[in-house]
Design a protein around this ligand. Structure first.
Ligand code: PMP
Length: 283
């Protein structure tokens, strides 16, 4: 049984409890981060805690969680659960208060919880074989730059895709691809690597930012701009980025095979460079 973290304490997973009045539960008034663990080390940890601060500031939480404290419970969770490869999920809710649409004006104590989950990251089947995605309308709100736990539409989109035999959904606004259900999207056309610009309609992914650096290092040019569903379907290569998927090749979009239907060469070299880079700086 896993040991999890809740408000300063480590407990068995079936003993950790939150209040029924928690605003995270009642209003999705909460933010989260998912940090990868490889060889029992944290990947891109610093960027995750910085983004957690940003999400809390955007929702006007009146408190922040000390970064050393976050690092300490991450390390302890890795130890207690003997986690070699997988992820740590951390969630911070605004806290517990009587139900009201009006957010509390005074600072209240946030609820902080975290747990580990094992997952194959380096040698995953999806990295080896690539995935198939379908497009559907992006019906989410317009603040997807904040990493909130308001994830219902993303979950519905992913479920619709898997029910239809795909692995994930790429979402469209006015014909342009925004992002995947839980990842950023990239295509390669005539040696041009493209990823959508970051704005309020997508989460500015940490993997995306590091992959942009890796592409520079390999002397690849990346164009950060909108691309359409048609651009994606006719791409030479496509991939998506996320903390636990790293770089995952896409081999089919709707009914269109991408390239020769196998993970593309640019995608594979970028993934190798990304892995080299993050392992060097893992803590
Ligand atoms: N977009 C969305 C909607 C996501 O949920 C995620 C993963 N949390 C990402 C992009 C990728 O972000 P990151 O690389 O920081 O995991």
């Amino acid at each position: 049984m896993r040991q999890v973290y809740i408000n300063g304490e480590f407990k068995k997973e079936d003993e950790a409890k939150v209040s029924i009045f928690d605003r995270g539960l009642l209003f999705s008034d909460s933010v989260y981060e998912v940090t990868s663990v490889i060889n029992s080390k944290l990947i891109d940890f610093k960027y995750h805690v910085e983004r957690l601060d940003r999400s809390m500031n955007e929702l006007k939480f009146k408190t922040l969680i000390d970064h050393d404290e976050i690092l300490a419970f991450h390390r302890k969770l890795i130890d207690l659960n003997n986690l070699k490869e997988g992820m740590i999920y951390t969630q911070v809710t605004r806290g517990v208060v009587d139900r009201s649409f009006d957010m509390p004006k005074q600072a209240i104590k946030p609820t902080v919880l975290a747990f580990t989950q094992e997952k194959k990251i380096l040698e995953s089947d999806t990295a080896k074989n690539g995935i198939k995605v379908m497009t559907l309308e992006d019906m989410r709100w317009k603040r997807n730059d904040i990493k909130t736990t308001q994830l219902l539409y993303a979950s519905m989109a992913k479920s619709e895709a898997t029910a239809k035999g795909f692995d994930d959904a790429w979402m469209l606004r006015q014909g342009y691809v925004t992002e995947g259900s839980s990842n950023n999207v990239w295509i390669i056309r005539s040696k041009n690597i493209m990823t959508r610009q970051s704005d309020n309609l997508i989460l500015s992914g940490i993997t995306r930012a590091v992959v942009l650096e890796c592409a520079k290092k390999l002397d690849y040019e990346v164009i950060t701009k909108n691309f359409t569903k048609v651009d994606a379907e006719s791409a030479d290569e496509a991939f998506m980025t996320s903390s636990t998927g790293l770089i995952t090749p896409v081999i089919k979009i709707n009914s269109s095979q991408i390239g020769d239907g196998k993970p593309g060469n640019f995608t594979k070299s970028l993934r190798a460079e990304y892995i080299k880079r993050v392992l060097e700086i893992a803590i």
